[in-house]
Structures are given as structure tokens and as C-alpha cells.
Design a protein around this ligand. Structure first.
Ligand code: AMP
Length: 366
């Protein structure tokens, strides 16, 4: 079986690494030469709207998937003429536009921050009065890792924020004073089989994920059930196939349950990297199983698992590997400030030992 992947970054690379033991073959398409997945498999370098390149890419493939959500929907629709493309374009369309995404949450009864679609400074000032301060202005499209967004605390901030988003179509959101951030990785196979990973607790700094812990500390069955219920609604509504990640805020006063959905990603997700060494079946392997219609693997986490992202620079490998149970995953990328270069997974039978391991690894990051 040969799988085509749009995007040849680290997520694509880890999909291929998970697929080789299953005897799968891969072909990538990315605009950048020398991408992390290009070291492992055939890579076509072309723009996503280059129809001749898309023809070459699709030739002989059994199924196509993507590793980032900003792939043009038209590209996916064009490729569907050749073979199935999963997750389905409807999921991609929703995830690419924060207003469409949050409207879908509302339609399905999934709690989400109050929001307004914003197309002008006047509209921004008018709706700020309804939401009050602080609020958050984000671009509707192409935002990631906190980019293209700012917190508004006053009318003066509003003018600055509108200039920051360069006047592009945006969304104004109610600011949620959340207790913590959690994510749910769910999976639906082509055959309709559905599984859920345990909730993951995520810690960000400067808008970038730094640390993930699973199962989320102090997690209860009811919190897990609440997240699974929301994920199930999305999987069914979108006729979804593959891994779906949903990011939540946990907020005691949300009224209806404790979770508020911030956004979703129709792809394997950074907060799921710990499943490589901490779960029976990694998110990468399960994504491949799902899009091929193979039986899904167990999503159980073995004891306690953590992931520490390596951002901007990479510590000495010998130091990392001297931490018991630390597993190093490097993406083969050149170091640059703010760039995700790799991650370290840890797994332990005790939460205390896991914490000690995470502390040791974090000290190496400086
Ligand atoms: P996003 O790009 O939507 O994932 O936002 C990046 C980060 O900004 C999130 O991980 C949160 O820490 C914070 N954030 C985003 N939206 C809100 C909100 N409505 N209320 C409070 N914090 C938010």
C-alpha cells in the first residue's frame, strides 16, 4: 500500500516512521525542498495548486492524507478524483476558518467562547462592548501557535490589535480565564470504529506547546466522558476518518460541564506525540490504520507519559539519553529561534518518577 501525504514536515516524517513496520510506502508533496519527511521517502517539491505536480503525486497511491490544516481545500477536492483523501474536506474547511469552526461547535452543542466575526474596526469596537475586556482578536485563517492574535484590554488596544491583524477577516472571542489547557485525541476508522486517547494536559509558553502530560493529572471519568462526548459529535457530523485533535480550556464556571472547546485540528497533533512511547498504539500508527480501514490499536496509556518539546535548540543527545526512560525524537531541521526541532518522550509507572524525569529533561533545555 502506498500513502500520499500533503506536507513533508515532522508530522509527515513521524507518520512514515510509524508506517514502515506495517510494510507501507510513502510519497510526500511539499513546497519546501529538504523537508523532514523528504529524508525518509520520495518527495515532490511543488505548490499545492500545481495540477501537473498533483497528477504526478497521486499516481499509484492507495490513499492520501495531510499533515497540516492549511492545505487548500481545492487541492484535496482535486486529489479525490484519484483516490480517497482523509480526513474529509469538510473537516479541513471547518478547521481552516475559526468562525466556521466555532459555528460548528455551537451547532453541535459543544461549549466554545462567545465570538463575533469581525470585518472592520467599527465592527470590532461595537462588538467589544458586548464581550467586554479582556477579549481576544484572532485572524479567521492561517493562525497557529498563537500567531495572528492579540488580547484587547482597552479601546486603544483595539486599534493596535486591528492593525496587528492587518485588517483581514477576524474573530473576536471572549477571554476565558481557564484553569488549564487539555486536548482530546480521538480516532475514527474508515470502517466507523471509534477510539479515544486519555485527555492530555498541555503547557504553553509564548504561544508554543512546551509540555504535555497524559493522562491529564487529576483527571476524572466525568471529564474524560465530557471530552469524548464532544469528540464523538464532531467525528459523526464530519463523517470523519483519521485522528482528530480538539483543544479545550478547563474552566470550573463554564456552567454546562467543565470544558470549553478552543479549536480542532484534523490531523495528528503535537500533544499526541507522547503516544509514541507512552501508549499501546501511537497516534501516527492509528491514523494510518484508520485511513486504510485496518483495525484500530489500543489507545491505552501505559502508566504515566510526558512529552517535552525542543524549541529553538537541541540539547546534547548524550545528556538527554542519560535520563532514564527519556526517548529522543529529532526532526532533522536546522535550528532557528521558536522552531520545533524535536521532542523528548518519557514514560513511567509512577507520576513522581515521571515528574523527576521531566524536571531532569527541562534542566537540559536551559
Ligand atoms: P489558539 O491559536 O487559538 O490555539 O490560541 C493560542 C493560545 O492563546 C491558547 O493555547 C490559549 O493559551 C490562548 N487563548 C486562545 N484563545 C483564548 C481565549 N478565548 N481565552 C483565553 N485564552 C485564549
Amino acid at each position: 500500500m502506498k500513502i500520499g501525504i500533503l506536507g513533508a514536515g515532522q508530522l509527515g516524517r513521524m507518520l512514515a516512521l510509524a508506517g514502515y513496520p506495517l510494510g507501507l510506502k510513502f510519497r510526500f508533496l511539499d513546497t519546501a525542498p529538504g523537508s523532514p519527511a523528504g529524508e525518509l521517502a520520495e518527495q515532490i517539491v511543488a505548490n499545492y495548486d500545481d495540477l501537473r505536480a498533483l497528477n504526478r503525486f497521486a499516481e499509484g497511491l492507495d490513499v492520501i492524507t495531510y499533515e497540516f490544516e492549511n492545505v487548500p481545500v481545492e487541492t484535496v477536492q482535486f486529489l479525490e478524483k484519484y483516490c480517497p483523501v482523509f480526513p474529509p474536506p469538510g473537516a479541513l474547511e471547518a478547521a481552516q476558518d475559526r468562525v466556521v469552526e466555532k459555528s460548528l461547535f455551537v451547532k453541535l452543542g459543544i461549549p466554545t467562547p462567545k465570538f463575533y466575526s469581525i470585518n472592520s474596526l467599527d465592527e470590532l469596537l461595537e462588538n467589544l462592548e458586548k464581550l467586554q475586556y479582556p477579549s481576544i482578536l484572532k485572524t479567521r485563517r492561517m493562525g497557529y501557535d498563537g500567531k495572528g492574535q492579540s488580547v484587547i484590554r482597552s479601546a486603544e488596544d483595539a486599534v493596535i490589535a486591528w492593525n496587528d491583524v492587518a485588517g483581514v477577516p477576524s474573530i473576536l472571542e471572549q477571554f476565558i480565564p481557564f484553569q488549564r489547557e487539555l486536548s482530546m485525541l480521538s480516532i475514527r476508522s474508515k470502517t466507523g470504529d471509534i477510539r479515544f486517547y486519555p485527555l492530555v494536559e498541555n503547557h504553553h509558553r509564548e504561544g508554543i506547546l512546551r509540555l504535555s502530560l497524559a493522562p491529564a493529572p487529576n483527571m476524572t471519568d466525568s471529564l474524560q466522558a465530557e471530552a469524548e462526548g464532544y469528540a464523538l459529535k464532531l467525528l459523526k457530523e464530519l463523517n470523519y476518518v483519521g485522528i482528530l485533535a480538539i483543544e479545550f480550556f478547563e474552566y470550573e464556571d463554564s456552567g454546562n460541564g467543565k470544558l470549553i472547546a478552543n479549536e480542532m485540528a484534523p490531523r495528528v497533533h503535537n500533544s499526541g506525540h507522547l503516544t509514541q512511547d507512552g501508549a499501546v498504539t501511537s497516534q501516527f500508527e492509528n491514523h494510518l490504520r484508520a485511513i486504510l480501514g485496518l483495525p484500530l490499536g489500543s489507545t491505552a496509556v501505559n502508566g504515566y507519559a510526558a512529552m517535552v518539546n525542543l524549541i529553538g535548540n537541541v540539547p546534547n543527545s548524550e545528556d538527554v539519553l542519560s535520563v532514564p526512560e527519556a526517548k529522543l525524537h529529532l526532526y532533522g531541521k536546522t535550528a532557528r529561534p521558536g522552531r520545533k526541532l524535536g521532542h523528548i518522550n518519557l514514560r513511567s509507572d509512577s507520576a513522581e518518577k515521571l515528574k523527576a524525569g521531566v524536571d531532569s529533561v527541562q534542566k537540559l533545555l536551559g
